[in-house]
Design a protein around this ligand. Structure first.
Ligand code: COI
Length: 355
């Protein structure tokens, strides 16, 4: 464990806190006063720093700009009315970031250094964590390649950073998703399981086409047959069919979501039957036609639990039951909110309190 005093810290002279309108936060547009960074040079991580939030200056040849060696994570800090604050399962995000790093040929970050830097940053900017019921401080750790070289090879130098942003819910209302039968998010052997920036870049054109058709997001299908459901644009996806919670099984094309794991764990704890397996779009259609598709929702750090109100496939649209009537997704949403606000027992030890 590195000592806190080993983090070089420069505090801002002018906080932007007082000018921030916490009642009108657009997702990802407002950033807190400080940011963390650590460079990888000469084959090792250098001294970590916390600095006032500021622009970066970099070479136009930085290899990230040309070949996209860039990964990120999404996590959140929560605060309750009494001012207690903490993180939800940060160990899982750190582990996943390192899995992404390995796949993208980037250096792993020692877990203790990552956790120490993250905790210190959140403590310094804890006044930026909103205490509203569905609000949080979104945390964006990321790493990118900094070699000044335009030959195609893995960079030798990298920068790891963490920035934070006070947010409300990512989706302000239930979402309409379109089954994507042509474009592909991830293929076997590719980078789909990694939180690699390029995965998101490749999804933007098909997402824009879906937006034009009146959808909020895509429901990705497998690359080979476009028959089986994978995940949605910014979240994993789950269905309740005839009382059973069903979600696509993990593979190298699906992101191993922290919220996904947590939902599955809680549903099992509550005695619900849970299945992680392939789900054909046709199965969803048949369940809907038989009146057995009780719930559909996305889950992710930014999205939390996002009710899916309609699923479109070609010219067909399935309108789903009223989100207010949905038992599991509403129960889980309430449980997570209570847990993150320290209002309920935490049998799995998921919250890491920092206050
Ligand atoms: C997250 O849920 O944290 C994500 O990274 C999804 C999205 C905002 C890119």
């Amino acid at each position: 464990m590195i000592e806190t005093q080993l983090i070089e810290t420069v505090r801002t002279k002018q906080s932007r806190l007082a000018q921030t309108d916490f009642d009108n936060l657009a997702f990802g547009r407002t950033f807190s006063d400080h940011m963390a960074l650590m460079d990888y040079r000469d084959g090792k991580w250098q001294k970590p720093k916390i600095l006032p939030y500021q622009n970066l200056s970099m070479s136009p040849c930085a290899s990230v700009i040309h070949y996209g060696q860039s990964i990120f994570e999404g996590m959140k800090a929560y605060k309750n009315e009494e001012g207690r604050f903490g993180l939800f399962r940060p160990d899982r995000n750190i582990e996943r970031m390192n899995k992404s790093a390995v796949r993208m040929c980037m250096p792993e970050i020692p877990t203790d250094v990552f956790m120490e830097l993250l905790s210190e940053l959140i403590r310094i900017d804890h006044e930026w964590i909103p205490a509203g019921e569905l609000s949080s401080l979104y945390i964006r750790p990321f790493m990118f390649a900094t070699d000044e070289y335009i030959g195609v090879k893995a960079s030798e130098d990298y920068r790891f950073m963490i920035i934070t942003s006070p947010v409300n819910a990512y989706y302000s209302k239930p979402v309409r998703v379109k089954v994507e039968r042509h474009y592909t998010r991830a293929a076997r052997g590719g980078t789909g399981f990694a939180k690699a920036a390029g995965n998101y870049a490749g999804s933007m054109h098909p997402a824009k086409l879906a937006n034009r058709d009146g959808y909020d997001q895509l429901l990705w299908t497998d690359a080979k047959e476009h028959k089986y459901i994978e995940e949605s644009g910014t979240m994993n996806v789950m269905f309740v069919i005839d009382g059973v919670l069903v979600t696509p099984e993990l593979s190298d094309t699906i992101l191993d979501g922290v919220t996904r794991r947590s939902v599955l764990r809680m549903a099992k704890d509550w005695g619900m039957k849970v299945e992680e397996r392939r789900i054909a779009v046709d199965e969803i259609k048949a369940a809907h036609a038989a009146g057995k598709l009780e719930e559909a929702f996305g889950c992710g750090t930014a999205a939390t639990i996002a009710h899916i109100e309609a699923i479109g496939d070609g010219s067909e649209t399935m309108e789903l039951p009223d989100p207010k009537e949905r038992e599991l997704s509403n129960k889980i949403m309430k449980y997570f909110t209570d847990l993150k606000k320290f209002r309920t027992l935490d049998p799995h030890g998921w919250m890491v309190e920092l206050s």
